[in-house]
Design a protein around this ligand. Structure first.
Ligand code: PLP
Length: 462
């Protein structure tokens, strides 16, 4: 047999046995695989995936972690990568390569206020690069503004510094001690307002609280804040329109830089090419991953403003004069050509527009479930939605994580895969999430809403 055919072939029973023996699955409690068979995904087309047992599922979370933005089965991305690898598979980012240059120029078209692209491989790494750029940017000006402020409920990655910048206590619990210099400020979720207020008429206390944290820490020690435009894993939190302008005003007052983490929201997820474009805000650094190449290949980006980059243009013989950083695979030609092709598909097939129209249908459908006793809140932007389940609508007491798991399992039993908050925020892991590929159809949207409704109606023990 041809060796490639051999790599692709499998016997389901053998694969399950080898999976159980050798794989350490991400995020999963391994004990469950003693009784439950691990899922082995073998094929995908659009929003549909098939497992090694031949079962088909409607994937409402784009590869479980919100990243296959253009959907499965894109021959043209596979072909682009194949053609590129044949002629030039790899050379380090010390040199340019054709797709890396073209994709950087494309990003500058989308975000004209930012003009330098540094490539790496994952969202965590893109944020790490941003932290390093910020610290060195200030040191190049003789200032030690090393602190990075992050928001409660936001997530910025799995590496120790990115986790240090994460506002999800449960997720962090086992992995300290953390890196010094990362400080939390309050979240901006209206449903559970940290200040007991209701919008409008709240004076945007959530945004204003940033100023107090900057003053408490000492403005001359604070280099930047990092935020997700719409908080993803922390509960699909869509800030009110005035929030980012208010946050930006405070940052500008104290000369604090703004890092916008577009790892989830980027590339059409929220109905715009980037999530922050829904707001009147002008970040200094934007990070991207996941949807960058629709996860057909790994690629992340840290994109900085020209003013920031120019600080690094010093006589190279000086100490710390330039950004002495690398990521071995970052910007490799195969990933960049996948990103170019994925982005071409998003533009040509008008997938941002589809994200808006199908997102509106998803939101309408989910809002229609607000009459159910355990549906406390529905939040969405584009094809990105969360449904918060509560035991009691008045007190907003969250359901137990075990109930959420039961609902998600019921939905999976209907052949539909949704996301769920998972060991992130203590006592607040009560949110079912949707982030389908941007090619979702009306019929698929209706099926996802219907599956959730069925599960909620028949699981009343919350
Ligand atoms: N930033 C955000 C907002 C994320 O949701 C994630 C991952 O889910 C990351 C960063 C980290 O990305 P990666 O897992 O590619 O390191």
């Amino acid at each position: 047999m041809d060796p490639i055919e051999q790599h692709l072939s499998y016997d389901p029973d053998e694969m399950v046995a080898l999976d159980r023996k050798y794989l350490w699955h991400h995020l999963m409690p391994h004990k469950v695989f003693e009784t439950v068979e691990p899922m082995i995904v073998v094929e995908g087309d659009g929003l549909m995936i098939k497992d090694a047992r031949g079962r088909e599922f409607l994937d409402c979370v784009s590869g479980a972690v919100w990243c296959v933005n253009v959907g499965y089965g894109r021959e043209s991305i596979a072909r682009a990568v194949y053609e590129q690898l044949r002629v030039m598979p790899y050379y380090a980012g010390t040199a340019g390569n054709i797709p890396a240059i073209k994709f950087a120029a494309k990003l500058a078209e989308f975000l004209p206020r930012l003009d330098k692209v540094f490539y790496s491989n994952s969202g965590s790494e893109a944020n790490e690069k941003a932290f390093k750029m910020v610290r060195q940017y200030w040191r190049l000006q003789g200032k030690d503004r090393y602190k990075i402020l992050f928001r409660n409920r936001d997530y910025h990655g799995t590496t120790i510094a990115a986790l240090s910048a994460t506002g999800q206590a449960e997720r962090k619990a086992e992995y300290g001690p953390f890196v010094p210099g990362f400080v939390e400020f309050p979240h901006c979720m209206c449903y559970r307002c940290a200040f007991g207020q209701s919008y409008p008429g709240c004076n945007l206390e959530c945004a204003k609280s940033l100023e107090k944290v900057i003053l408490d820490e000492g403005p001359d020690t604070v280099g930047a804040i990092i935020i997700e435009p719409i908080t993803a894993g922390g509960g699909i939190i869509v800030p009110v329109p005035e929030y980012y302008p208010a946050l930006q005003e405070i940052c500008r007052k104290y000369g604090v830089l703004m890092i916008m983490d577009e790892v989830v929201c980027g590339f059409g997820r929220t109905g715009n090419m980037f999530g922050h474009l829904h707001y009147d805000v002008d970040p200094d650094i934007v990070t991207m991953a996941k949807g960058t190449a629709s996860s057909y290949m790994p690629l992340s980006v840290t994109m900085a403003k020209g003013e920031l980059f120019e600080r690094f243009l010093n006589d190279p013989s000086e100490k710390l004069a330039y950004f002495r950083d690398i990521s071995t695979y970052g910007g490799c030609a195969g990933s960049c050509i996948a990103a170019l092709e994925s982005t071409r598909i998003i533009e040509e097939e008008k997938l941002c527009e589809n994200s808006q129209t199908m997102g509106a249908r998803l939101l309408d459908g989910l809002n229609s479930l607000l009459g159910l006793p355990q549906v406390g809140d529905v939040r969405a932007k584009g094809l990105f939605a969360g449904v918060e389940l509560v035991k009691d609508k008045k007190t907003k007491q969250p359901v137990e994580e075990s109930y959420l798991a039961k609902v998600a399992a019921d939905i999976a039993g209907q052949g539909v895969l949704v996301g769920k908050a998972n060991r992130s925020n203590p006592g607040l892991n009560n949110i079912i999430t949707f982030a389908p590929a941007l090619v979702a159809t009306e019929q698929q949207i209706d099926r996802m809403v219907g599956a959730l409704q069925t599960a909620l109606v028949r699981n009343t023990d919350f």
